[in-house]
Design a protein around this ligand. Structure first.
Ligand SMILES: Nc1ncnc2c1ncn2[C@@H]1O[C@H](COP(=O)(O)OP(=O)(O)OP(=O)(O)O)[C@@H](O)[C@H]1O
Length: 604
């Protein structure tokens, strides 16, 4: 699927029938073939029971009630048989519904699990530009559409096709001439259902789309409620919501109107068939050619004809929407992670932390411009390296390549003498740590978040790490201590607390190389001091790359790299760079002057 389709708001809801997708879906069904065979047998038995009913009614009327010659023995027996058959039908129905739902859920479980596992292995490039909501919808909505097809659709197809074939066969067997006569309205029916059903489905699909627009809008409103209220945008938002709401109402009403027009019309046409049978049949009865029971049974079968037709036309559109979902699911499953272990990749041995960039260049996509051009670096183990430079210069890109979130498009990155492409991803990333500007905290307890990179750490180690980065102070204020739930994205914690927790997490995982995207968000001076001293603890004895935004914090870095337009334009210590009349000096002086004037203003 093209990027455009991912980005567009309207993902196609239906796709033409595709044998390949069906075959692939069938592979998920295959492990459950035994239980499904049982289901099909039960369904067929149930159908046989149901199809026999009108014939028994015919026997009750003709042989039991008789014309002036009743036979109560027959009436009792057939009456009880009918009851027993209904009971058996109910039991069979219960049994196959349970079995099919159980199997459907198992298949859904397998598919969802496989999708989720695969998704986690995909490279950053896959997620770049693909909206999270759309990716999520593949795991939830699209798998559900497949589930519905398996749960409801497959059984409906088996059930209703046998029903239909059974009815036609019985009608022809009972009286082929009368049967053909009653089918006279069939072309009209075919025309109406064929023409109108796609319209009905189209309206339902519009109704679903407008509903998802409503969901999206509500979601955004909840997420952005602070900004909405701060800018007093309630009225404008209400109007926008009203439009979406109206669209949804209109789409729903159209769908309902069409549906409530078409199916009664179909029944009307069915009635014409019945009238024809009655008209011809009545004459035959009067002429003693046919019995009353025969006519009753015949009409009963005719009435049953429309049920399967309507059910099958609905399943057809279910199949088409499952095709669209299958395409989206397989598109994800067929995407190979771009960054992956080579076949002969070896684990990276315990490293000291020497990093070499050998003429590294990179672009984010084949059709995208080159953002790093021949970067050369040599970093000694334990060195503190600061990356500075204007926005968009390529600082984050350099650390993305070091972590192998992307693979360099040219040149090599070597850690302790080994090319990062030759080692396994897990062994590489296990020895590296990263703390981003906006530290991602997962829902769960503080302890679970701390142990994220090292679940086997002892309680002793956990406490030591927590004390080193000073999170013990605020944790002790919570009634549940380390067991405190931090809620989604750590919403229970302040920005500074989240930052400290992220330091604790990385400290416990004890990486040899640490990457740090210095937080730009402002925290109060005391927290800032906590963060700075926690930072010193975390950095100790590790090779560190710090993307620095405030140059005052990196004055004592061992090496400062100035990144400019995808190149390292200057490098050296703070003092060395200040002596040069280059970009660093300019940036530093600008920040310094801004700081000075701020201090003066606040002092005044
Ligand atoms: N995922 C991406 N897909 C395409 N282009 C990207 C992607 N990420 C970054 N870029 C582009 O690569 C260039 C370098 O970006 P990078 O994020 O490395 O800059 P930076 O120096 O870290 O900037 P900042 O200080 O603002 O974070 C920019 O031109 C940016 O637009």
């Amino acid at each position: 699927m093209s990027q455009v389709e991912w980005d567009s708001g309207d993902e196609l809801e239906e796709k033409p029938f595709n044998r390949e997708y069906m075959k692939r879906l069938f592979k998920y069904v295959l492990p459950y073939r035994r239980v499904l065979t049982v289901v099909v047998v039960i369904v067929l038995l149930n159908m046989a029971i149901s199809l026999a009913e009108p014939l028994l009614i015919r026997a009750i009327i003709d042989k039991g009630i008789g014309l002036g010659n009743p036979n109560f023995h027959v009436i009792h027996w057939i009456g009880f048989t009918l009851l027993a058959m209904r009971l058996a039908g109910w039991l069979f129905g219960y049994w196959h519904t349970r079995l099919i739902n159980f199997t459907g859920q198992r298949i859904l479980f397998d598919l969802r699990q496989q999708l989720f596992n695969h998704l986690q292995t995909l490279s950053f490039r896959f997620f770049d530009g693909r909206p999270a909501g759309k990716i999520m919808s593949r795991i939830t909505n699209d798998t559900n559409a497949i589930g519905e097809l398996i749960n409801g659709g497959l059984i409906t197809i088996v059930m209703e096709v046998t029903h239909l074939v059974g009815i036609v066969a019985i009608l022809l067997w009972m009286d082929w001439k009368l049967a053909l006569l009653s089918f006279i309205t069939m072309p009209l029916l075919y025309f109406i259902v064929g023409k109108m059903q796609p319209k009905i489905e189209g309206s339902w699909s519009r109704s679903r789309k407008t509903m998802s627009a409503i969901n999206g809008n509500v979601n955004e409103t909840i997420q952005g409620i602070r900004v909405i209220q701060a800018f007093s945008r309630q009225r404008v938002n209400n109007e926008r919501f009203q439009t979406l709401n109206t669209n949804n109402k209109a789409a729903f009403m159209r769908a309902i109107t069409l549906e409530s027009t078409v199916w009664p019309a179909v029944e009307m046409i069915g009635m014409i068939g019945t009238c024809i049978v009655l008209w011809f049949g009545a004459r035959e009865v009067m002429n003693d050619q046919l019995t009353l029971g025969f006519i009753m049974a015949f009409i009963n079968y005719l009435w049953r004809f429309w049920g399967p037709l309507s059910a099958l036309s609905k399943v057809y559109s279910q199949v088409l929407s499952a095709m669209a979902s299958a395409e989206r699911i397989f598109e994800v499953l067929d995407t190979d992670p771009e960054v992956k272990d080579q076949s002969n990749a070896k684990p990276l041995k315990k490293i000291q932390g020497e990093v070499v960039f050998d003429n590294v260049s990179f672009r984010y996509g084949e059709d995208k411009p080159e953002v790093l051009h021949g970067v050369n670096l040599t970093i000694k183990p334990g060195q503190r390296v600061a990356l500075v430079g204007p926005t968009g210069a390529g600082k984050s890109t350099i650390v993305n390549l070091l972590m192998r979130f992307y693979d360099a498009t040219g040149g090599r990155i070597i850690i302790d003498g080994q090319d990062v492409k030759d080692v396994t991803l897990e062994s590489l990333r296990r020895q590296m740590g990263i703390v981003l500007q906006d530290s991602f905290i997962f829902s769960g307890t503080i302890e679970e978040n701390l142990r994220y990179g090292n679940e086997d750490a002892s309680d002793e180690e956990l406490k030591r790490a927590a004390t080193s980065v000073r999170i013990d102070k605020f944790v002790s204020q919570f009634a549940e201590g380390y067991e405190t739930q931090v809620e989604e994205r750590g919403s229970k914690l302040s920005v500074g607390q989240r930052q400290l927790l992220a330091f604790g997490r990385v400290l416990l995982s004890d990486p040899r190389i640490l990457i740090l995207d210095e937080a730009t968000s402002s925290v109060d001076t005391e927290t800032e001091q906590h963060i700075q001293s926690a930072l010193q603890t975390v950095l100790e004895g590790r090779t560190a790359f710090i993307i620095a935004h405030r140059l005052s914090t990196i004055r004592d870095a061992d090496l400062i790299l100035v990144v400019q337009d995808g190149r390292i334009s200057e490098q050296g210590t703070h003092d060395e760079l200040m002596k040069k009349d280059g970009l660093y000096r300019k940036l530093y002086m600008t920040q310094f002057e801004m700081q000075q004037s701020l201090t003066l203003q606040t002092g005044a």
